[in-house]
Ligand binder design. Structure first.
Ligand code: F3S
Ligand code: F3S
Length: 108
């Protein structure tokens, strides 16, 4: 799957959301997250991000390596203030803005 890293934080341009054919890019509070279980690896999101925050997980720059696991955690673990993990919700148009970040992103 593709991964969104640190440059998205507090920028949240959201051009990527428009491009994704499977609607698997979800909005936290200060950053967006790609669902690794829903991303079909099409790559359409990567070139449209103005701050180059997106790359394939195998090609994430060393300095952003921790974002691979963090994008996974956003869906697999319980986020602050929620009763259940997001899991595989079937599209961000359905969920709308999630409005909360992983602890790692919230701490930046
Ligand atoms: Fe973020 Fe870039 Fe998308 S800033 S919202 S990853 S277009
Ligand atoms: Fe969507 Fe980008 Fe994956 S456009 S399918 S999140 S590679």
């Amino acid at each position: 799957p593709y991964v969104i890293a640190a440059p998205c934080i507090d920028v949240m341009d959201k051009s990527c959301v428009e491009e994704c054919p499977v609607d698997c890019i979800y909005e936290g509070d200060r950053k967006l997250y790609i669902n690794p279980k829903e991303c079909i690896d099409c790559g359409a999101c990567e070139p449209v991000c103005p701050v180059e925050a997106i790359s394939q997980d195998r090609r994430v720059a060393d300095e952003h390596a921790e974002f691979v696991e963090d994008n996974h955690r956003f869906f697999a673990e319980l986020l602050p203030g929620r009763d259940t993990p997001l899991g595989v919700p079937g599209g961000s148009r359905k969920t709308g803005r999630i409005g909360v970040d992983t602890p790692m992103v919230a701490g930046r």
